[in-house]
Design a binder for this molecule. Structure first.
Ligand SMILES: [Zn+2]
Length: 299
């Protein structure tokens, strides 16, 4: 049986598609419309360009030679569409929702090795030179094309975490600030290298992936860095704001990352419209004890 698959367009979503595309490819040919063909380089898989206006996705598809492997192969087979929105309403995790569509039957292929980035190696070398470990940080920001301010945690917690680790870690920030994307609050002090400014020493997504691979610790809001750390089995700490909590983004088969979330958690879809303000409070002692626990955890 062959399959035609519509992927989600998010970078992180595509990471969660990997075990399922890999499974289907054991049974027949798979034609997947994805902006990120890099993730599906298995035998029997043919990647096709979807249509989207999203910036990162279009940038990755432009002049991407990996699509040419599919030329001459006409998509055919059962049409499937990934969806977790309905599953969330029923309390299913992302992986459980996808398993309803594509049963894995005990198979679990969840691996990806990012292409080595010279720029990332340069950063790792500077961290070694400073006799520190490497910590990659993403700061809370809101992107105009996919705005979700209720998802973002408070910026002040990042200053607290940076102050906690900066003696021992060389800190590098990543993101895409200035490209229709803005910080949610004043930028913290104590960052050794800022690679999150669009057009100024900016790190692209694949450089970020390799940098995470080289990092000793990652601190981030919930964003595509979460599935990147899950697949890289990376010691990492996620600070949640609201909207989607950690549980539906997790699975026992994933590497277990550290996290902290507000209590009570606001599953907010109002995004601050109508003047509503989500509860994003996390007591400082809980924040730091969870971060400490994550750092100390033995592999
Ligand atoms: Zn709310």
């Amino acid at each position: 049986m062959n399959y035609i698959l519509d992927s989600y367009f998010g970078f992180g979503d595509n990471i969660y598609h990997i075990p399922f595309v890999h499974k289907l490819a054991q049974q027949g040919e798979v034609f997947i419309y994805t902006p990120f063909p890099e993730m599906f380089q298995f035998p029997n898989v043919y990647c096709l360009k979807p249509v989207t206006n999203l910036k990162l996705q279009n940038e990755n598809m432009t002049n991407n030679g990996l699509y040419s492997n599919s030329s001459g192969h006409k998509p055919n087979g059962n049409h499937l569409r990934f969806n977790y929105g309905e599953g969330f309403k029923k309390g299913l995790t992302i992986i459980q929702s996808f398993e309803k569509l594509i049963p894995l039957g005990g198979d679990w292929f969840f691996e990806f090795t990012p292409k080595p980035s010279k720029q990332a190696e340069g950063i790792a070398a500077r961290a070694r030179h400073s006799k520190k470990k490497l910590c990659v940080v993403r700061l809370p920001s809101v992107r105009k094309e996919w705005a979700c301010p209720s998802r973002m945690p408070l910026m002040e917690y990042f200053q607290i975490c940076i102050d906690f680790v900066r003696q021992n870690y060389y800190i590098v920030s990543v993101g895409d600030i200035g490209n229709q994307e803005e910080f949610t609050g004043p930028e913290p002090f104590g960052i050794d290298e800022k690679r999150d400014r669009h057009f100024v020493n900016h790190f692209g997504i694949w450089d970020v992936f390799d940098l995470l691979n080289k990092a000793d610790l990652v601190i981030s809001p919930q964003c595509n860095i979460l599935p990147m750390c899950q697949i890289l089995r990376k010691k990492s700490f996620f600070i949640y704001g609201g909207y989607v909590p950690h549980a539906p983004l997790n699975d026992p088969r994933f590497y277990q990352v550290g996290f902290v979330e507000p209590n009570p958690f606001c599953f907010c879809i109002r995004n601050g419209q109508d003047g509503h303000r989500c509860n994003k409070e996390i007591p400082q002692d809980i924040l730091l004890s969870k971060l400490h626990e994550t750092i100390k955890r033995q592999e």
